[in-house]
Write a protein that binds this ligand. Sequence first.
Ligand SMILES: Nc1ccc(Br)nc1
Length: 456
Amino acid sequence: AVADEAGAPTKSGEGKVTQPAERKGLIDTQPPRGTRDFPPEDMRLRNWLFGEFAAVSAAFGFEQFDAPVLESEELFVRKAGEEITEQLYNFEDKGGRRVALRPELTPSLARLVLQRGKQLPLPAKWFAIGQCWRYERMTRGRRREHYQWNMDIVGVPGVEAEAELLAAIVMFFERVGLTAADVGIKVSNRKVLQSVLTQYGVPPESFAKVCVIVDKLDKLPRDKVEEELRALGVAASTIDGVLGALQLRDLDALGGLLGPDSEAVAELRKLWELAAGYGFQDWLVFDPSVVRGLAYYTGTVFEARDRAGALRAICGGGRYDKLLATFGAPDNTPMAGFGFGDAVIVELLKERGLLPAPGHRVDDVVVPLDGGLRPAAAGIATALRRGGRSVDLVLEAKKMKWAFKHAEKLGASRLVLVGASEWERGAVVVKDLAAFEQKEMTVAELTGGAAPAPAA
Ligand SMILES: Nc1ccc(Br)nc1
């Protein structure tokens, strides 16, 4: 259809006339509920944050991947009562397919690993920064989208993988100015809960659901948690045993409870030993009450929180050795990773006065002082740009005074005036806005020798 001014009927190539929907005034300029716009000033902060994520990922030699925001719903259908699946942003598409906006990146990673099969050299160290969604009734007015940085290691069965992931998280925190006094990383291991549940005769198939419920302890009152555990058939005495174990705060006491051959204790001790090697032991806190709310974790679990505990988890992760098996894979591939959201970290940095405020600026402003010199000005701008300068080329006829103010507003280093008399000598006037100097320069001098594009 031929575009027409808003409100007029449009005529398609075949002559079909379409009446516009009656426009009652201005469209709603707000983004959909629970979503955010990123106008330039916010986009600059987001680019800074994602730049830090990517820089840490590069420092650890990880490769970036991405996958569609839209995935088959089956990737996320798990029967463990997780909030993340109860709030799935799912729907049926026009082809009748059950699809969902991804609530997390890990299942997409798992799908790509399965897709590659034996062709994927292991260990694979992959990272992603992607938008993730949830459909929450707006009763709580929370956001429905956020961006998550994920790092995952595929194919390493030992806690060396988790140590590397924790080191990456700590490097990020240090890069943005946070210290171990600001943030603690609570570490535990699901095998702690598994051992206790086994001691009390809870069947393994209830294990994931018990973890999801126990994870709610820092969100729901204890009696609510006990109610949900009882509904699962977990006896009251078991609940007391489980909750008792979660109060422990040192590995020796844990060893006393679980016995000297406990895998959980051995893995946690190994992790602390590695952390000492990396130099981030001060960031770690052993806390068996940390189970994380994702059903698929099988071993180490961790979450970073502000030491005051005033904010929600900054990031979280762990080991999930059985995820591929739940997707039908014949054998297990060990995997470990974390997710790091873009919201809590910004709140924390704001609180600590550590949030940068990156401004917008350009290097040069180029102004033709009359219309006939516009092609020449465009050629100069091109040469400067090819030389790596960021250039704002003034696109309309403007007076010098306006150009000067415009250059100041853009934080430009130089204002390049293309005027008739100088141009006849192949020169331009350059105002150095930092040194408050003005001088005539040939184009070659200005562009460091790069010839301007041929003026029309
Ligand atoms: N999983 C998830 C997705 C979106 C937001 Br906002 N929070 C959590």
